[in-house]
Write a protein that binds this ligand. Sequence first.
Ligand code: SF4
Length: 351
Amino acid sequence: MITRRKTKTVSVGSLRLGHRHPVVVQTMTKVFTTDVAACLRQIRKLEKAGCGMVRIAVPTKADTEAFTKIVAKSPMPVVADVHFSAARAIEAIEGGAAKIRLNPGNVKDKKDIRRIIECAKAHMIAIRVGVNEASIRDLKADVPASKRTALMLKELRSYVRLFEKAGFDNLVLSAKSADTTRTIEVNRAIAANFEYPIHIGLTHAGLPEDALIPSSVAIGTLLAEGIGDTIRVSIAGDPVKEITLGRQILNSLGLDFRVGPELIVCPTCGRCQVNVVGLAKKVRKRLEGMTKQVRVAVMGCVVNGPGEAADADIAICAGAGKGYIYKNGKKIAVVDEENLLDVLAEKINNF
Ligand code: SF4
């Protein structure tokens, strides 16, 4: 059982971030913001995959105009991703952003930061204050790894002070690095020093096959220690994959409170009687959209399958041309291959 680290609660539109609320999985849209229809299509797919909030880049005035239209139709809170420009930040806040992501190090004039803060206060929205290892002012290439975490924390502390001095504490904090160990270290330090919710994830994590392990290790380690209130698994490509991976990380730690079936599949071995991966993919497709909270197992044989799937609610243990269906460890049906998915769905629905 994971005990979440105590935090302040921060509202992001209809969502609440903090230890009393579920960890939120988020991502960014990856189409041009000015293509409002494409953005909304992507957001709806993300919602279906279990995304809780979505971030959108707003580099130009045309983007903030499109952002306003997207916000009006989005089924989830929308966060504006702002770099360098106070004007874009203010336009996005006035356009309905539930939160903005700001790296104050990228906004040269402190007066501009204060203007953004005043606007966020007036609209009662949250701000994610982010530092990124690559953009830390004092971080020259030759700074040793042992000092980098401290420098990131120092920079973040100076920004938090700036916001608090301006009377703004609706903050979410983040410190991003492409390095797994440093991501873990710096987030532990943030958790020890501040009470604000933390956004965790690696930056520039890579292609899906390269990103999966570093992200799972960094995010999983922190979540297991109770650190992290919203996560983003950064990968190049389809953002739906980021959400799927994020949910899997939460799920593996018992932190996914979304209603729906969980699928476990045996690793396969020489006893396999069927194409388990192919069968599991068909089962997963069949489970899509189901809301019953049930653990389903797909096992490759009837020799060890029933025992190995003992903690599943419903299990299919495959035999040649047949599937043996188990409920809570007891055999309840033997079904021909062609009827297997239909019978499985019926058993899940009646569970
Ligand atoms: S369930 Fe059967 S096929 Fe699958 S790994 Fe276990 S022994 Fe091998």
